[in-house]
Each structure stands twice: as C-alpha cells, then as structure tokens.
Write a protein that binds this ligand. Structure first.
Ligand code: GLA
Length: 394
C-alpha cells in the first residue's frame, strides 16, 4: 500500500511493516455502526420488536445515519453481527436470513442501505457454528463468500469462535481468498489474533496480508473498566501490534461505546446531544482518518497520567492525556512532559480539541502550559510545528 516512494528514509516513516491485503479497501480506519454491543443476540421480535435483530433495525439505523448527520460525518457501514441467519442452510447449502426477522432477505436490505449511500456489513464464523450457535462457514467458505457477493454485501466480520487455534491462520486465509475470488470488493474484518493470543504470538505480517482489520482483545462492554482493559492491553502490546497498522489494515480495538444507550432504537432520534457531538466531532474524526495512517501509542505513564501520541500527516502530532486517577478533581499536566513535545523545537501551534475546542497558540519546548484533565477523562491536543526545521526532527 506504500506507493509513493521518494526516499528510503521517508518510506520507513510512512509504511507499516508488511503489505496490506491488496483489495484497495480500508485505506483509512472503517467508520460505521455494528449491532453487537447494544443489541447482542436479541431475536425475540414478538416481545421486543424495536430492539430485535431484524431488517427493520438496520433500515432504521441507515435512515438515522443519513438524517442525523452520521453519514455526513463519515460513518459509512451499517453492520449486522451474529444471530441473523436461519438455523438451516437452504437446499443448495447457502446461508439464508431468518425468514421471520428478515422477510425481504439480505439482498433487499443491501439495496435499501445502498439507496441511502451507505454500505452493508454481515457476520459469519470460521467453524461449523457462530459464537451464538448459528450456522458457521466451515466447508462452505466459497459458497458463503459468493452468497455475500450475490447479495451485494460490502463487509464481512469473520469470527473465530470454537476453532482449533492451529487452524485459524489457514481458515482466515482461505476465506480471504474466497472473498477475493468473488470479484466483489468486500472489506474483511477478522478476529484471528484474538483467538490466537492465548496460545502464541500471532504472525501480524500474515494477518495484515489477509485481513483489513483484526480484533486483538476481548469484546468491549458498555463500561469504563472494559475500555480501560482494552487500553491497557493495547499499551502493553503496542510494540508488537502497532507496526502492522496502516492504510489497508488496522488493529481493531472493537466498537466505540460512547452514547451507546442513546443509539438504541427507542432513543436513536434523541441520542444525548453531548454524545452525538462527540461522535460527530470533525476534529476527532480527522485524527482517526488521518491519511498517514500511523497507529497512536502510549508514550509515557507518569503520576497517574497516560500520554498517547499519534503522528499525523503534515508533520503534525495528536496528543491525548488521560488522567487515570479516579479520585479527586481535575489535575494539571505539564504538556512539555509529553515525549512528542520535542516537535515544538523551536516553536509549534497548539489546538485543544477536547474537552472543549480552544486555540492554545504558539508554544515552545520550554512552555509552562498546563492542561487540565478530569478524573478518567482525556484532554486531546493537536500540535503543528511552525518551521521546517521542526519537521526534520519528527
Ligand atoms: C464474539 C465476538 C463479538 C461478537 C460475538 C457474537 O464474542 O468477539 O464481537 O461478534 O462473538 O456472538
């Protein structure tokens, strides 16, 4: 994926360690909506018609994504997770959607989602059954890939529950090839390393060549402790996982859960305005979608603060300061203690993105600027060096 090769030194800066899956997709991290964390395997449309896994849920989500500014902000994929299929394959061995919950079938749902200018994702599993016990794809990789292509599906989340870990690599690669063989561009989201880590260190070169993104760690829950565990895992494994991230292939920390309850069917029209504003914040999205595509890393843990830094295009840097002390009030952090602050030599321009947008003006390496960070909160800045000299030392 690293096409513009000017200088060796430059390619080292902009290219991840291995080639990405060459399907032209996920050049930036995927943005969209996935049903799992909020709606799970709720299939009881009789008792709970507004929250069950049915075509209605995805159609309404597509409507909301257009109407409420999500599509405009860059959210593109509407993704089905587990529990969508019928428990039986059809006479030709193809997966079929549960006929009661998806009376129109997946093709019609894909047409609807596409008519809104969005894309549709679907879910399957590498062995004989999915994590929730629905039919899996083992023995049917080519059939299922072709079925998804015939339905005009745009993304496949391929789960790895119940697979003998020694066969994970082979299975994920075979499905990748099967998807490629259909000729349709289908973004391929894997859970290969998540299931391999308990046994051995995964081969991230092979994973990047096979998948467009890959889950490494546990499912996210709607709680701060779950988010913290994902952050901790990521920080403690970043030397292994971060180099493999870049245009075409990404480490997937699972879903954002901000405003999650607000995104339930009942409340989707009135998601709490503050959560909506955060999820649609164009400055944050610009950091996520920055074309340089380098993964952010935890660069220092000090005095119950964590600093996370992400190099951005045009020699800029995003700095997030997290206050991990969950007692007391807001605490001040001397921003010059962030290791990446060296790009402020001789000067830089600083913008605070969170908690409120604020221009913090021109700063130097020796600035006394202190940023305030709430307990378990994050202050997010972007830093732009103001001279070529500073750019050279990035
Ligand atoms: C696993 C995955 C989740 C979700 C469920 C569905 O736990 O990690 O993201 O897809 O299966 O059953």
């Amino acid at each position: 994926m690293c096409r513009a090769v000017f200088l060796l030194a430059l390619t080292v800066l902009v290219c991840p360690a291995a080639e990405a899956l060459d399907n032209g997709l996920a050049l930036k991290p995927t943005m969209g909506w996935l049903h799992w964390e909020r709606f799970m395997c709720n299939t009881d449309c009789y008792k709970d018609p507004n929250n069950c896994i049915s075509e209605r849920l995805y159609m309404q989500m597509a409507d909301v994504m257009v109407k409420e500014g999500w599509k405009e902000a860059g959210y593109e994929y509407v993704c089905i997770d587990d529990c969508w299929p019928s428990h039986q394959r059809d006479a030709k061995g193809r997966l079929q959607a549960d006929p009661k919950r998806f009376p129109g079938g997946i093709k019609k749902l894909a047409d609807y989602v596409h008519s809104k200018g969005l894309k549709l994702g679907i879910y399957a599993d590498i062995v004989g059954k999915t994590c929730a016990g629905y039919p899996g794809s083992l023995g049917y990789y080519e059939t299922d890939a072709q079925t998804f292509a015939d339905w005009d599906v745009d993304l496949l989340k391929f789960d790895g529950c119940y697979m003998d870990w020694k066969l994970l690599g082979e299975g994920y690669m075979n499905m990748s090839r099967a998807l490629n063989k259909t000729g349709r561009s289908i973004l391929y989201s894997c859970e290969w390393p998540l299931y391999e880590w308990p046994q051995k260190q995964p081969d991230y070169k092979a994973i990047r060549e096979t998948c467009n993104h890959w889950r490494n760690f546990d499912d996210v829950y709607d709680s701060w402790s779950s988010i913290k565990s994902i952050l901790d895992w990521t920080a403690s494994h970043q030397d292994i996982i971060a180099p493999s991230a870049g245009p075409g292939g990404w480490n997937d920390p699972d879903m954002l859960v901000i405003g999650n309850f607000g995104l339930s069917h009942d409340q989707q029209e009135d998601i709490c305005p503050r959560s909506k504003k955060l999820l649609q914040n164009t400055d944050i999205i610009a950091i996520s979608q920055d074309p340089l595509g380098k993964q952010g890393q935890c660069t220092i843990k000090v005095d119950s603060f964590e600093v996370w830094e992400r190099p951005l295009s045009k020699k800029r840097l995003a700095i997030a300061v997290l206050n991990t002390q969950e007692i007391g009030g807001p605490r001040g952090f001397f921003i010059r203690a962030a290791p990446g602050w060296k790009i402020c030599e001789p000067q830089c321009n600083v913008t605070q993105i969170l908690p409120q947008y604020k221009e913090l003006g021109v700063q130097t390496p020796h600035t006394k600027l202190v940023v305030s960070v709430n307990p378990s909160g994050t202050t997010l800045l972007t830093v732009t060096p103001t001279s070529d000299y500073a750019g050279l030392i990035l």
